[in-house]
Structure formats: C-alpha cells, structure tokens
Design a protein around this ligand. Structure first.
Ligand code: NAP
Length: 274
C-alpha cells in the first residue's frame, strides 16, 4: 500500500491476516512515497518485486492518470485504489471502494436492503462520497441526493448520473431526512480529532438505515444515535474490509473471506490506537 503519509494504514493488518490464514508465502508492505516520486514508483513496481498493491491518499488520481489500463469502476470515478500487473506486464488500475461499500451494506442490512430504499442522502462530496454515490446508482437506486459544505463539489459529482443524482443544499440536510431511506455519512465529521457531524435524526423514518464511513471510532456519535432510535446502522469497518478483498484476489489468486475473526483483529487495532 502506497500513500503519503502511510503509517496509519490498516491494510497491512488485513492482508497479512489473509496471507497467514490462507498459507500464502507472499508479503504486503506499506511504502511511503511522496507525490513527485509516485510516477517512478509505479513504473518500477514490477522490478521491485511487487505484483500489485493498493493506492491511497494523495495518489489515487495520479494512479488513474498513470495506469496503462483501467477497469470500468476506476474509469467512472477517475480514481484508482488498487493496481495489478496485467498479462503483458501492463499496470491495470481498479477501484474497489464502491463494491466494498455495497458489500458492507449487504452484510449489515441483508442483500435485499435496496428494495426498501428509493431515496438515499450522501453527506460529503470527496473521493469516498463519489464512490458511494456511483455505487448506489449502479445498484439501481432511483434517487441519490448529495449534500456537501462546498456545494460546487456536490454539483460536480452529479455528472456521474445527472438523471439520478441531485444536489441538496448543506443547510437543508436535516429537514430533508423525512424523505430519506438511507443516510450515508461520507464526510470526515465524527472521526476522532475532527469536528462533530451535529445532525439531528428526528425527521428520519423508523425504517431508515444509517451508514457511517468513518471507522475511528467504530461507533460514531451518528451510529450511536441511530441505534438509540432503533434504526438499522452500519459502520465504516465493513467497507474497509470488503474493499480489500478484490485486490487480494487479483494479486494472489484466491478470494479471501471477511470473517468475524478479521473484524475483531482490526477492531482491536482501532481501539488500541485511538
Ligand atoms: P475527502 O476527499 O478529503 O473529503 C472530505 C469530505 O468531508 C468533503 O466532502 C468535505 O467537505 C467534508 N468535510 C471535511 N470537514 C468538514 C467540515 N468541517 N464540515 C463539513 N464538511 C466537512 O475525504 P474522503 O477520502 O472522501 O473520505 C471521507 C471520509 O470517509 C473520511 O472520514 C474517511 O476516513 C472515510 N472513508 C472510509 C472508507 C472506509 O473504507 N470505511 C473509505 C474511504 C473513506 P468540503 O468539500 O466542503 O471540504
């Protein structure tokens, strides 16, 4: 996993667990690469013995520009979080955030959750929100509203699917909740050390589902509030674990499982480092 900084990444813990569990004699390393050194790093990845890897902040867009070939998911988002070497040694860029997000909802709410959701509200318009909005559209949701402090970023995001993604002014997010079946926090608000999300859930219906992409802490104030009200809630660790699986499969040829043991391992790490 390559990023800058990278010390905080939990990906080595996840992939290390799968390598040990499956008895594969591979390695998964974290490499700190500054932005100006990233293109050269990617070019020499194979020579350094890597079959692929994950790309995280701030390199996701640079990886998109520099990869030789792109999957549809990466092309749609203009960002790459997973790379591998193709049959001719070419660098293939992929993005697993959307699939990881949907898999985490399937796990938390059951695979038929989408039948109960006509309208979703995504808070945020950064890279994570973009992946979430695209995934919800792909899943078939009729209406995805995006609300962001900086409205221009939300507007830019609607180009993913102009007929189904609309902008909700940031000041109207609370009142709009009465129309919302699925609420997703894709801002960093609620994360340890960041500001509070500060959103009253009073207007949400009793059948609504709530998902927070923030996973430090695991139980964010938003999720705790949702659960207190008897709403269904999904934390951000599910997405983190599920987005990792396709990369592992591409590099090592085996689809790994997201198990309670893996979840417990990462939860303990989050608790220990908070
Ligand atoms: P990003 O591109 O930097 O976007 C950050 C978002 O947060 C923007 O929409 C930004 O709004 C908003 N924001 C930041 N401070 C704010 C404030 N004080 N008030 C209102 N809005 C504020 O980051 P990202 O990569 O999309 O990540 C967003 C969150 O998702 C992070 O917490 C990250 O850890 C989490 N995430 C989780 C997973 C997972 O696997 N669970 C994966 C990816 C990301 P502006 O545009 O107005 O600045």
């Amino acid at each position: 996993v390559v990023g800058h900084p990278i010390a905080h990444s939990r990906s080595p813990l996840i992939h290390g667990h799968w390598l040990a569990e499956l008895g594969i004699s591979g390695r998964y390393e974290r490499v700190d690469v500054a932005p100006d050194a990233f293109p050269a790093f990617l070019r020499t990845m194979a020579a350094q013995g890597f079959v692929g890897g994950n790309v995280t902040l701030p390199h996701k867009e640079a990886a998109f520009r520099k990869a030789d070939r792109m999957t549809d998911a990466a092309a749609r988002l203009g960002a790459v979080n997973t790379v591998w070497l193709g049959p001719r040694g070419e660098i293939v860029g992929h993005n697993t955030d959307g699939a990881g997000f949907l898999a985490s909802l399937d796990e938390a709410f059951g695979p038929a959750w989408d039948r109960e959701v006509a309208t979703a509200l995504v808070l945020g318009a950064g890279g994570a929100a973009r992946a979430v909005a695209a995934a919800l559209v792909e899943r078939g949701l009729a209406r995805v509203m995006v609300s962001n402090r900086t409205e221009a970023r939300a507007r830019a995001l609607t180009s993913l699917a102009p007929d189904r993604i609309s902008v909700l002014p940031w000041g109207e997010r609370e009142a709009a909740l009465r129309r919302v079946d699925l609420l997703v926090n894709a801002t960093q608000l609620g994360m340890t050390g960041q500001g509070a999300l500060d959103l009253s859930l009073d207007a949400l219906g009793s059948r609504a589902m709530v998902c927070d992409l923030v996973y430090v802490p695991l139980e964010t104030p938003l999720l705790a509030d949702a659960r207190r009200r008897g709403l269904r809630a999904a934390d951000g660790l599910g997405m983190l674990l599920h987005q990792a699986a396709p990369g592992f499969e591409a590099w090592f040829g085996v689809r790994p499982a997201v198990t309670p043991a893996l979840r417990a391992l990462v939860e303990a790490d989050i608790d220990g480092r908070q």
